[in-house]
Structure formats: structure tokens, C-alpha cells
Design a protein around this ligand. Structure first.
Ligand code: ATP
Ligand code: MG
Length: 392
């Protein structure tokens, strides 16, 4: 008897003729995520991916699988020869090991040449368990579900199904430039983009000496967490200080944040264009702060030359925090830090900026030249899932 993990594709099943490419991509991503388990072997099929454990521990392997986008669910599966006696024996063993009180057997028989029908297999296996244990049958709400699939070459036996990340395989949806601050929201937005199959690279606006090196360490630590989903993430650090200072010297203070964010979008558009990223993404959530009202967003976004995706647009903060905890970025995000948005105190930022006014303020200084300087002096880092020691 072989022990395997069977992966189910979920949404991928609707992908028609692209399905084969999606499955191959998912296979590569799964192998990468599990590369430290050297005994595993893989069987990549049209309906499922089977991972042969070959002695590796199911609990350790399955924990890693939870991070791979494009897997709908998975189960630990026992693969048996096509032999009813072996099936009876193994099903009974499984039931006894589970130590529960009620059960139900559910059989599927894609192999129509197998002479015994599903209902009859259910009856035979249930009978075996009832005779040799204290289990009772409960067809409506069983504590233990014994699933049997009779295929051409083997019989598969499994109990439960673990829900995984869902979404699409990473890389199937192109590449985006993610605006990453040190806050709670943007790492969650980054995770949701990756879960949807879209690769990310990140841009961070830093304003030393107002923001310090601890912010960069924080960003690196956040990215390190995100490498659980994408093995290598590029980070572009924008030297934003000069541009920000000019904004505060020239612009009416109530518009400072509006203009600052327009500059961020202009720079992000330029960098994304160079990098062939198809969209900009960020952690904006409607109504959260002055710059995230519909009116603000519409005036700010005008300057972007690329579509802007906001995965968190309609999320409540509590739900964002739940995901941040799940992906383990929350504790890093709440470390105190100076964000470039918080260094210049703006008491009454406008929540309803006017585009003409924003343009007027922008004409008060030569921002194009300052943007060129930002784009030409990026610091580029690559964060990988390997160089653990760099960040400790
Ligand atoms: P977060 O928790 O992600 O920092 P926030 O609620 O603090 O978000 P804002 O500071 O208004 O909101 O920022 C909104 C979004 O703009 C962030 O989610 C992020 O995507 C982007 N952003 C803000 N500051 C920076 C920065 N210094 N560098 C890069 N992106 C930034
Ligand atoms: Mg922030």
C-alpha cells in the first residue's frame, strides 16, 4: 500500500484548453514548494496531482501545500491494488485508527469494468467495519467519511479533505508592481494578488532620514514571509525624500497627501513600464483614510498610466487583519515605524480634492525632474526564500 497526497484543482477545472498549461505550472510550483522533502515523487495527471510520500511525513508536507495557490483541496490517500479483500482490510484499519463513533462509506467507480457496483462496495466495506468495531453508521452526519475511488489501475482510499489556498497557480496571470508600505494592508494585498496567480515585484517609497533603516528591515522581513508564495521577490526602493520635501514646501498642506500619492503613482507607473508589469497594485481600502475616499482615489489615480488593482478595496479592517495573521505578517506590520506618509504631520488632509487644484499645485515646482531622479536612483534588492541568515 502506498501513501500519497492527492491534490484537487478547483477553479482550474473551468479553464478549458489552457488547463494542461495551468496544471504543468501548478506542478512546477508544487515541486518547488516541497523541494526540501527529497523523497517525494510526483504523478501529474489531468484530474489530480498525486504526491507519493515515500516515507516523508504527511503533516510536514501538507503544511507547505497550504501556501501553494491553485490547489483547491487535498487529501491523504492510500493507494491499493484492485483487490476487494485488501480494501476491506485497509478500510477497517483506517476506521480503527481514527477512533470515532459514526461513519459512512462513499464509493465512486470511474472504472466501469470493475464488476461490483458502488452501492455494493459501500455495503461490503460498511459491513466489515460494523462487524469488527463499535462504529455505527450515520448517513447524514458521520464523524468519519470513508471515501473509495475505484480507478483503472488502483483503488484509492481516503477520509478527509483539507481546503487549501484556492485561486490560480502563481505565474498564470502575469506580473504586477505592488506598492508595499510597512503597514498591515499592503502585504495582505500582495498575498491576494499572488493567490490569484499574479506574480509581484514591489516598490517602496523611503524618505531617509525621516524614515530609518528599521523600515527597510521591516519591509524585507515582510517580503521574506511572502516568499512562502513566490520564491523570489524583487524590491525597488525609491529615494523619495527630496520630492516629498518639495511637496511640503510648495503645496497647500491640505493637498500634500493627494499630491504625494499622485507622485507615487507617477513613479510606480514609470517603474512598472520599465519592468513590463501589467498593473500596479496596492493595499488601499475604501474610506480607510483621507486619501482613500472615492473622490481622492479618482483624483490620485488619474496620473497612473496603468490599471490599478486594489484587492482590499471593499474589505473591513478586521477581515484584513485575519488574513495578515494567517499569513504571519501581522506581528511584523505592527512593529512601530515611521512611514513616509506620517512624517509630515497633516492635520486636515482633504477628503474631496479637486483635480484642477491638484494640477495647479503641481505646477509650482519642477516635479518631472524630481521624478526622473527617483526613477534613476532606485535601489534594487532581491528577496529569496533561501538566504534566511541575511535578515536575522
Ligand atoms: P498599509 O497598511 O498597507 O500601510 P494604510 O492603511 O496605512 O496601508 P496608506 O498609508 O494610505 O494606507 O497607504 C495605502 C497604500 O499605499 C498602501 O497599502 C500601500 O500599498 C501604498 N503605500 C503607502 N505608503 C507607501 C510607501 N511608503 N511605499 C510604498 N507603498 C506605499
Ligand atoms: Mg501605511
Amino acid at each position: 500500500m502506498d501513501e500519497l497526497i492527492m491534490l484537487r484543482y478547483g477553479e482550474l477545472s473551468t479553464k478549458g484548453k489552457n488547463k494542461r498549461d495551468f496544471i504543468n505550472l501548478l506542478g512546477c510550483n508544487v515541486k518547488h514548494a516541497l523541494k526540501k522533502f527529497s523523497n517525494l515523487t510526483y504523478d501529474i495527471k489531468y484530474d489530480h496531482i498525486y504526491i507519493h510520500l515515500n516515507g516523508e511525513k504527511y503533516d510536514d508536507v501538507s503544511k507547505r501545500l497550504l501556501d501553494v495557490s491553485g490547489i483547491y483541496s487535498f487529501s491523504k490517500v492510500y493507494r491499493l491494488p484492485i483487490d476487494l479483500d485488501v480494501l476491506k482490510q485497509e478500510a477497517l484499519k483506517l476506521a480503527l485508527a481514527e477512533n470515532k463513533k459514526t461513519f459512512k462509506v462513499h464509493t465512486k467507480r470511474p472504472n466501469k469494468s470493475f464488476p461490483i457496483h458502488s452501492e455494493e462496495i459501500n455495503r461490503l466495506i460498511a459491513g466489515e467495519i460494523l462487524r469488527n468495531s463499535d462504529y455505527k453508521v450515520d448517513v447524514h452526519n458521520p464523524e468519519l467519511m470513508i471515501n473509495i475511488t475505484v480507478r483503472e489501475d488502483y483503488i484509492y482510499l481516503f477520509t478527509d479533505e483539507t481546503l487549501a489556498a484556492g485561486g490560480y497557480p502563481l505565474g498564470s496571470g502575469g506580473k504586477s508592481l505592488m506598492m508595499l508600505s510597512g503597514g498591515i494592508d499592503s502585504p495582505v494585498a500582495a498575498y491576494l494578488m499572488m493567490k490569484r496567480g499574479i506574480k509581484i515585484e514591489c516598490i517602496h517609497f523611503a524618505s531617509p532620514p525621516y524614515t530609518n533603516e528599521a523600515v527597510i528591515t521591516k519591509i524585507k522581513d515582510l517580503l521574506k514571509k511572502l516568499t512562502a508564495y513566490q520564491k523570489e521577490i524583487k524590491l525597488f526602493i525609491v529615494p523619495f525624500t527630496k520630492l516629498q520635501e518639495e511637496i511640503y514646501h510648495h503645496v497647500n498642506i491640505s493637498y500634500a497627501i493627494t499630491i504625494m500619492r499622485r507622485m507615487m503613482y507617477r513613479i510606480a507607473s514609470r517603474v512598472a513600464g520599465k519592468r513590463k508589469d501589467l498593473v500596479i497594485a496596492n493595499g488601499e481600502s475604501l474610506g480607510q483614510v483621507a486619501s482613500q475616499t472615492l473622490k481622492s482615489i479618482s483624483v490620485i489615480e488619474k496620473v497612473s498610466t496603468l490599471p490599478v488593482i486594489r484587492p482590499l478595496a471593499i474589505f473591513d479592517k478586521v477581515d484584513i487583519i485575519k488574513i495578515a495573521r494567517k499569513i504571519d505578517t501581522y506581528d511584523i506590520s505592527i512593529r512601530p515605524y515611521e512611514d513616509c506618509c506620517t512624517i509630515f504631520e497633516v492635520k486636515n488632509p482633504t477628503t474631496a480634492p479637486n483635480e484642477e487644484k491638484a494640477i495647479e499645485y503641481e505646477q509650482l515646482f519642477d516635479f518631472e525632474k524630481l521624478i526622473d531622479d527617483c526613477v534613476n536612483n532606485l535601489e534594487v534588492l532581491t528577496i529569496t526564500d533561501e538566504d534566511e541568515d541575511d535578515l536575522l
